[in-house]
Design a protein around this ligand. Structure first.
Ligand code: PLP
Length: 411
């Protein structure tokens, strides 16, 4: 089963937006998947179906629509739990996205567990979503945020990680895959090192879950966060996976409806997880859309998707490395996912991406919400091409050719 090859042409037929024609009749080549992906018809239709046939608030009504919608919502939790191999469905908390998931942990777990002078270890390659909540937590608790630097090749050194752990380290919060360098970190190893030192772990898996097989039990971390919109699902929905006993041992971050067992004039008691972390009306249709996205991704083994993206990355990097003055950020293809960020001598990433856009290529420029990383590389901005299952080798070859011609023109 894992030898199955993915046929991107078949995939493309499921994504209406990919037939959009851009300026001067040029076909769209969508290479901004690390920011957000596109949606297949099955996701759009699943959401449409709920709105047309089965929409009502969940967990509240005795009426048919509410029951049907609640069933779909809870089935979605099972779908996601299976996809990441969670041992208990109650470990899957629906949030609004990776950012919310990490903030939830920073508030609910962090404020309870951190004391003055405790240390939170992050890496230099983190997205701001996995930095700012820890800085904020540090401000509230007088804890400290320490940075594990990256090596010259854009990877993390486990020896350096071990050396940075102190008796005050309480948490290692790190990305499974860097959204700029594409570096794939050895999550299970990092978690093992943390566990041996009695340190908790949060994995920012926003760039991992959509592209690679994910097994939260094999990782063994305490918390894992990811977003629906980066995996063919809608915006406004994401997941926090947490170990069951841990989730039940911490106090909810948000208070309101749905998360309570009882409210009296004296106070309240809370439900068990996941409900205790889902206060208020959740993103009902988005959660159902996320399950449809997982179903879509599950048509192939995730290994096949990862292999396809790896091939695209190899083609891109081989071609780009022949362009004079172009520097690719991060490690060799074997150590990275389908993300290739780069800078070009004498050409601004912004101008480059604007010119590529005129030729139908959608890339991102900027700091990609990773300012400390860019600064550590001695740059402010970069351009980024990021691939997904619907991109083709032919698109990537055309991208490399157009990139070379554009750079020539801009110089
Ligand atoms: N972490 C990583 C590695 C990301 O790439 C992103 C999004 O770009 C995020 C966190 C934040 O995700 P969201 O904006 O969906 O909350």
């Amino acid at each position: 089963m894992t030898d199955i090859a993915l046929d991107p042409q078949l995939v493309r037929a499921d994504f209406p937006i990919l037939s959009r024609v851009m300026t001067k009749g040029r076909p769209l080549v969508f290479l901004d998947n690390a920011a957000s992906t596109q949606r297949p018809v099955s996701v759009i239709e699943a959401m449409d179906r709920v709105y047309r046939n089965a929409y009502a608030n969940v967990h509240r009504g005795a009426h048919t629509l509410s029951e049907e919608c609640s069933d779909l919502y809870e089935q979605a939790r099972h779908t996601v739990a299976r996809f990441i191999n969670a041992s208990h469905v109650e470990e899957v908390v629906f949030t609004s996205g990776t950012t919310m998931s990490i903030n939830l942990v920073a508030h609910a777990w962090g404020e309870e567990r951190l004391r003055a002078d405790d240390e939170i270890l992050v890496t230099q390659m983190e997205h701001h979503a996995n930095l700012v909540p820890w800085f904020q937590l540090a401000e509230r608790t007088n804890a400290k945020v320490r940075f594990l630097p990256i090596e010259a090749d854009g990877t993390l050194s486990l020896d350096r990680l071990r050396a940075m752990l102190s008796e005050r380290t309480r948490l290692i919060a790190f990305a499974a895959v860097s959204n700029v360098l594409g570096t794939r970190n050895d999550v299970a190893q990092i978690v093992r090192i943390a566990r041996e030192a009695g340190v908790a772990t949060l994995v920012d898996a926003a760039q991992h879950v959509p592209h690679d097989p994910t097994d939260v039990q094999a990782w063994g971390a305490d918390f894992v966060a990811f977003s629906g919109h980066k995996m063919l699902g809608p915006t406004g929905v994401g997941v926090l996976w947490g170990r069951r006993e841990l989730l039940d041992s911490i106090q909810p971050f948000l208070g309101g409806g749905n998360m309570i067992e009882e409210v009296t004039e004296q106070g309240f008691t809370t439900k068990a997880s996941p409900a205790r972390f889902e206060a208020g009306t959740p993103p009902i249709v988005e959660v159902i859309g996320l399950a449809a996205a997982v179903d879509y991704l599950s048509r192939w083994p995730m290994e096949a998707i990862a292999r396809h993206e790896h091939r695209l990355t190899e083609v891109a990097m081989a071609g780009m490395s022949r362009i004079d003055g172009l520097r690719i950020l991060g490690p060799a293809p074997d150590q990275r996912a389908g993300i290739v960020s780069f800078v070009v001598d004498g050409v601004s990433p912004h101008d480059l991406c604007k010119f590529l856009d005129l030729r139908g290529f959608a890339l991102r420029d900027g700091h990609h919400c990773a300012m400390p990383l860019h600064r550590s590389l001695g740059i402010d901005h970069s351009a980024r091409a990021s691939f997904y299952l619907y991109n083709t080798v032919e698109e990537v070859e055309r991208f490399v050719e157009t990139l070379a011609a554009t750079i020539e023109k801009l110089r």
